[in-house]
Design a protein around this ligand. Structure first.
Ligand SMILES: C[S@@+](CC[C@H](N)C(=O)[O-])C[C@H]1O[C@@H](n2cnc3c(N)ncnc32)[C@H](O)[C@@H]1O
Length: 264
């Protein structure tokens, strides 16, 4: 019997969620019509790639294509980003070189980084793109609560459909460890294509050197692609994609920020 059919399992899940996200948010998530809300973002012609739709990311059935992923993502991420999630995310903002006017946040999820980008660059046009319409529902709710005007798009990071050279800054936080290395490299190539000359790409993700020796952590969080992610180098991938002045800084206990510039 699955938890969804088991009343005791449901009660336990609800109590755990109440603890993690608080009563108010739980009530909001319980009362919204997920189908209707996610339909506001859903691109009907989008075909989910097999590497995405076939995985139960973080042990959630259906992975990001399940509203439970969207509800639980923020509280779990707070635990998974030691010593402090906001500080870790601030390190990405801290390496931004210029005043970007057009910003794209790929794999934006529930929008935590996207909101910070808009808060840091209020005049900029900020777009968050993600494959999960459920994550976008939460991102949009958070932006509305914060009074921030951000555009949310349902789409593929490796094939966004935007015109080339249309962004000053492209970011991706905690996206590349969620995709097979081949796809991560396609995503970085797409980032290069999307940047204007002089534009900047910044990737915040797991510290690959550390994660190689922390297989237990990858197992706990039930990450399907983190082992292969950790075996490679975002720094090298970015150089191969054409970026220059590539630099990686290790931040916090298990994270890294890599920045590169598209010169021409
Ligand atoms: C670990 S979450 C990171 C969310 C957010 N960027 C953050 O910093 O918290 C990974 C997100 O990437 C999205 N994702 C995974 N593969 C993707 C792809 N190929 N294109 C767009 N989004 C993708 C997932 O749906 C999920 O929301």
């Amino acid at each position: 019997m699955s938890t969804s059919q088991n009343p005791i399992g449901q009660l336990l899940l609800k109590s755990m969620l109440r603890l993690l996200i608080g009563e108010n948010k739980l009530q909001f998530y319980e009362t919204i019509d997920w189908q209707h809300q996610s339909d506001r973002f859903r691109q009907p012609n989008l075909i989910y790639p097999h590497y995405y739709s076939s995985q139960n990311f973080h042990g959630i059935e259906g992975g990001y294509l399940n509203s439970v992923a969207a509800i639980t993502y923020d509280p779990v991420t707070a635990f998974a980003s030691p010593p402090n999630e906001a500080w870790i995310r601030q390190q990405l903002i801290g390496v931004i070189k210029n005043q970007p006017r057009k910003i794209l946040d790929l794999g934006c999820g529930t929008g935590s980084a996207t909101l910070m980008l808009k808060q840091a660059f209020g005049q900029a046009n900020v777009i968050g793109l993600d494959l999960s319409p459920y994550m976008l529902v939460v991102a949009d709710y958070k932006a509305q609560q914060a009074g921030l005007n951000i555009e949310w798009l349902h789409g593929l990071a490796e094939a966004t459909g935007f015109e080339e050279a249309s962004f000053d800054l492209v970011t991706a936080s905690f996206l590349l460890h969620e995709t097979p290395p081949k796809i991560s490299q396609f995503i970085l190539r797409e980032c290069f294509r999307l940047l204007k000359p002089g534009g900047q790409l910044i990737i915040l993700d797991g510290n690959q050197k550390r994660l190689r020796h922390a297989k237990w952590l990858i197992k706990i969080f039930k990450e399907p692609y983190s082992t292969v992610y950790a075996a490679e180098s975002v720094d090298d991938w970015m150089k191969t994609a054409g970026l220059e002045a590539v630099q990686t800084e290790y931040v916090g206990w298990i994270n890294q920020v890599t920045s590169g510039i598209k010169i021409n």
